[in-house]
Design a protein around this ligand. Structure first.
Ligand SMILES: *[C@@H]1O[C@H](CO)[C@@H](O)[C@H](O)[C@H]1NC(C)=O
Ligand SMILES: *[C@@H]1O[C@H](CO)[C@@H](O)[C@H](O)[C@H]1NC(C)=O
Length: 389
């Protein structure tokens, strides 16, 4: 099923290159209508459908080469086509649940068990020469479903403790700590959790657990970063975030003004201000003092962004549509200038629920801890070396 949305992305790309080709539009219109009709009889035709679809995609692929230049009317028609494709995809997802087809995505049960409590046994090369970038999402595992639509769950991203932290919602003063993943995933709810009541409430889902400290965001009376020692439960440091006139950093998740991220070397803050209201800003933080060491204006738009994370100094921004299609990494910004949008792979997330309200990258494990419409998910990333670019 992943291929349909890849095709959709291709069509979107085509929008920018269409030049007066009404026959193509007509052709696509006809084909789309045909697909919609066939949804009704899809139960019996899965096999035939997929080969025809592949053929159709190949035809489109070859047509794309012959097109150039933009036109507003065609953009409108193609936008409409996009939304129809998304609807078709939803229906197909529904049918798929009724009539399971072989999974396109490897869903690996073992990897999660490995990670549960045994994370410290995983060996990873040292981080000194940080040359990795994403190549794809190799596997996903839904570990839990909680009631709350938006929230954050994470491990300590840089320690082997195996503890799991849950921020249930988008504002509160309590954090739940589970000694191990299994205590969250069995059916005891929050019974086995240790409640950590913070001295000031947290806001949004941008917080970070890193080397035994919780770095969290407070937004009243103003934006503050707070560094909290999880062992003796005291506030170690707090600082005013130095940006002025902050605005929500992701167009699709208005509760996040600052999103903290860890990569192999550094701590980062992803944020946005009125001064640069269309694009996401990135700052590198000193983990000791919480001071900002350096800031960048990235070219990544805020509009339709749902979340982001940093790997090896490269910001990856995840986008979605208002219609909640499939999330994809559609803009990257490498502070070292090696990974560019031209060479970064367009990575799609394998399944669609609603929207990722948090995505935390764990450099130790190459996992993303994600919260998507109440689902607590682990994505395992496949990496490749920047030197292959
Ligand atoms: C935190 O969440 C709990 C449970 O949902 C709720 O009862 C409580 O009022 C919340 N506290 C704050 C400060 O928002
Ligand atoms: C808690 O631990 C930190 C070191 O991480 C130390 O600086 C601080 O004084 C401790 N606070 C208390 C109340 O023990």
């Amino acid at each position: 099923m992943g291929t349909l949305l890849q095709y959709l992305a291709m069509v979107s790309a085509m929008v920018l290159t269409v030049q007066g080709q009404p026959s193509l539009i007509d052709y696509m219109e006809r084909r789309l209508s045909a697909f919609e009709d066939r949804i009704a009889v899809w139960y019996d035709q899965t096999q035939r459908y997929s080969s025809e679809y592949r053929e159709f995609k190949n035809q489109i692929l070859s047509l794309v080469d012959s097109l150039d230049k933009e036109r507003e009317e065609q953009r409108r028609i193609l936008d409409f086509a996009n939304s129809r494709i998304e609807r078709i995809e939803r229906e197909m997802d529904y049918l798929e649940t009724k009539n399971p087809a072989p999974a396109c995505v490897e869903i690996d049960d073992k990897f999660i068990d490995q990670s549960a409590g045994k994370a410290e046994q995983r060996k990873k090369p040292k981080f000194f020469d940080c040359t990795e970038m994403i190549s794809s999402i190799k596997a996903m595992k839904i570990v839990k479903k909680l009631e709350t639509t938006s929230g954050l769950w994470t491990r300590d991203l840089m320690s082997a403790s195996g503890k799991v932290y849950v921020f249930d919602g988008i504002a509160n003063d309590t954090v739940y700590e589970f000694a191990r993943l299994r205590d969250l995933t069995d059916f005891s709810g929050f019974m086995k959790a240790r409640k950590i009541k913070l001295p000031y409430p947290w806001a949004g889902t941008g917080h970070l657990v890193y080397k035994g400290f919780l770095y969290y965001i407070r937004n009243e009376p103003e934006f503050q970063l707070i560094k909290f020692d999880l062992k003796n439960r005291t506030v170690i440091d707090s600082t005013m975030f130095p940006a002025e006139q902050q605005i929500p950093v992701y167009g699709l998740s208005p509760f996040n003004y600052i999103d903290l991220a860890a990569d192999e070397h550094d701590l980062w803050a992803i944020y946005a201000t009125l001064e640069n209201e269309k694009h996401i800003c990135l700052a590198r933080l000193d983990p000791k003092t919480l001071d900002i060491e350096q800031m960048w204006d990235t070219p990544c738009p805020i509009e339709n962004a749902e979340n982001a994370f940093v790997i090896c100094g490269t910001l990856y921004v995840v986008y979605n549509s208002q219609l909640r299609g499939r999330s994809r990494i559609q803009c990257v910004y490498d502070v070292n200038g090696i990974v560019t949008n031209d060479v970064a792979p367009l990575v799609y997330f394998p399944k669609r629920y609603g929207m990722h309200s948090s995505l935390k990258y764990s450099p130790r494990e190459n996992y993303l801890y994600a919260w998507d419409d109440g689902n607590q998910i682990i994505y395992r990333l496949a990496m490749k070396s920047k030197s292959e670019l």
